[in-house]
Design a protein around this ligand. Structure first.
Ligand SMILES: Cc1ncc(COP(=O)(O)O)c(C=O)c1O
Length: 382
């Protein structure tokens, strides 16, 4: 078991983070745990770039999405959901399950959301809640959250953002942009094992949540915020204590590196992968650099290459490199290289080179040498 895991989550976890989570459990209703929890919340505010409210839920990213919707949205109310991939559709499905009257603003998979269409949908529906995914992991597209937030402001609508696969790896400024609710997960950019969802809520959105009767017992965000006011500060239900240790360590690492430095570092990792793939002669699923996610890159399979054979027998079994396949109708058509978590330039260079060697083995005419040369240029800063 010595694989290079380059999935868009879960990701490689730094040894310090892993070892921290191996410590003995503690009473989660103690001053000792309060110290960890309160520092996690403070560091998470930095991560979200907010002075507002942050809750940490034991559960995966989807739990965070569901908590956001079931705490903010009332049954029957109109909701506008931007759908240009699997996770945008998941937000819409959750809102529908909540009983909302969901209006989907759809785009082709591989295209970015157009804020104008959100504007029109808000005018048409009078909805007061909009959902959007920042990095649509299924298509590797980065949606323009800031511009969509501007539109929401014009309509006095709350904006709920899924930044599960992007937060910490790409610019996101909750307060400055006017985002109301934002969700992320521990097992992506933060580089922790899976298990925690972080949800940030603006003061205005929290006021609304207090008026809404939450549709979920476990995922009632108001309760999480009430328990943060307890002495000692705590979570309503038994948290995954060891996952909090890991989160604490990972957030400290992020603060040490600095958000902006991490955003820059991720851009560089992305550029190495994209330029290497292009130089060898393969097609990127999202050709336009300006809408490509800095945390994951999709590559189009050349005609005749079998996904299982390539990702399984060759990349995983021969080269110990684990990448993701396509989702839903993109299964077998693309594969995705994650560049988030505890990854370095070395890992990107390894991945691209192994992709090239795997393609050669399958008879695809790629130029691995050109990819290496181009990656060297990118690393050298040209
Ligand atoms: C953008 C996005 N949203 C939501 C999720 C769901 O997260 P989880 O699998 O942690 O529930 C994922 C997972 O890949 C994701 O990439």
């Amino acid at each position: 078991m010595d694989k290079l895991v380059l999935l868009p989550g879960p990701v490689m976890v730094h040894e310090d983070v892993l070892l921290r989570s191996a410590k003995q459990v503690m009473n989660h209703r103690s001053e000792e745990f309060e110290e960890i929890l309160s520092e996690c919340i403070e560091l998470a505010k930095y991560l979200f770039q907010t002075d507002g409210n942050v809750a940490v839920i034991t559960g995966s990213g989807t739990a965070g999405m569901e908590a956001a919707i079931y705490s903010l949205v009332e049954p029957d109310e109109p909701v506008v959901s931007v759908v240009n991939g699997k996770f945008g559709a998941r937000f819409a499905d959750i809102a529908e399950r909540r009983g909302a009257d969901v209006h989907r603003v759809e785009f082709e998979w591989g295209e970015a959301a157009d804020p104008k269409a959100v504007d029109e949908a808000l005018s048409e529906t009078g909805a007061s809640v909009v959902t959007v995914v920042q990095s649509e992991t299924s298509t590797t597209v980065l949606n323009p959250v800031k511009e969509i937030a501007d539109v929401c402001k014009d309509h006095d609508a709350y904006l709920v953002v899924d930044a599960v696969s992007s937060l910490g790896g790409v610019e996101f400024r909750m307060d400055e942009w006017g985002v109301d609710v934002c969700v992320t997960g521990s097992q992506k950019v933060l580089g922790c094992p899976p298990g925690l969802a972080l949800v940030a809520v603006s003061d205005e959105a929290l006021e609304r949540m207090k008026e809404v009767e939450a549709g979920s017992y476990y995922l009632d965000l108001v309760k999480y915020f009430e328990y943060l006011e307890e002495d000692p500060m705590q979570t309503p239900y038994t948290p995954a204590v060891n996952a909090f240790y890991a989160l604490h360590e990972a957030l400290k690492k992020l603060k040490e590196e600095g958000l902006e430095s991490r955003w820059e570092r991720y851009k560089r990792l992305q550029e190495v992968v994209r330029e290497g793939i292009r130089a060898m002669g393969l097609d990127l699923f999202v050709e336009d650099d300006s809408i490509a996610s800095p945390t994951v890159t999709g590559v189009v399979y050349p005609e005749g290459v079998d996904d299982r054979e390539f990702r399984g027998r060759i990349l995983r079994d021969k080269y110990d490199v684990v990448v993701a396949g396509g989702q839903d109708h993109l299964a077998g058509k693309i594969f995705r290289i994650g560049h988030m978590g505890d990854v370095k330039l070395r890992d990107m260079i390894t991945a691209v080179t192994c992709v090239g060697m795997g393609m050669l083995e399958l008879g695809v005419d790629v130029d691995v040498g050109a990819a290496v040369e181009r990656m060297a240029e990118v690393v050298a800063g040209s």
